[in-house]
Design a protein around this ligand. Sequence first.
Ligand SMILES: [Mg+2]
Length: 271
Amino acid sequence: MSAILAEKKHLFSCWDRLKGQIRDKIIILFLDFDGTLAPIVEKTGLAALPEETRKVLEKLSRSPCFRIAVVSGRMLADLKQKMNIPHITYVGNHGYEIEGPDINFRGLIPPSMNEAMGFIRENLNGKLASIPGVHIEDKGITLSLHYRSADPENFKLIKRIFNNTCKPYLKNNQITVKSGKMVFEIRPPVVWDKGKAVLWLLNKWKRVLGGDNVFPVCIGDDVTDEDAFKVLKGKGVTVRVGQERDTAAEYYLGNQEEINQLLSLFLESAA
Ligand SMILES: [Mg+2]
């Protein structure tokens, strides 16, 4: 076990202290979807919220002691359909689309981006068509290239094709690219990410509910969640799912079962 990993604490080992911190606070839960609330599956379209998680989230969403935001890289419409729980704020496309009670936000996208995305999509589709297991997900404002199901021998080739295709548009600042778990993503060249979206929402809730009354908790499993962990440092609790060593999160949880347990503990603590 490395020194860095040893420093990261299992959340349940600190629960008693945390319970004291959250007493009488309104807890704002920022929750990632894939790999956090829902198990990762090979075909992203088949991902589903487990029944047990749905039940506890429904209860939390009806309690005045909580505000919930599900923060995902998925398209807003897709995320809403997969979750299908009212009174939750949904953050899609890594923050470019936000919708919830009293919120309807769409990020500013430069017109040149749409044209660039059209060319890139066409190019990637053409060049990657002969490589099995590659899936291009068109999410409107962003585009994801999934290669989880591809032969590992082709990973280098896929990366080269992706980089070469994106290069001219990157150079002209028409797009930005990010990589996650077995996925490359193309996004608008606007400095906006899960971290900025989480902070924007947190400040909004602070204004409405009172800055001292809220306590943010953020749970995620992937590189893109790190932006959110960073902005919440010293402000609340950050939890990375799994044994990732290189993370800005303060705590970790082992698996989705433990996330369900944590959500239930929050519910009990508010009772
Ligand atoms: Mg995730």
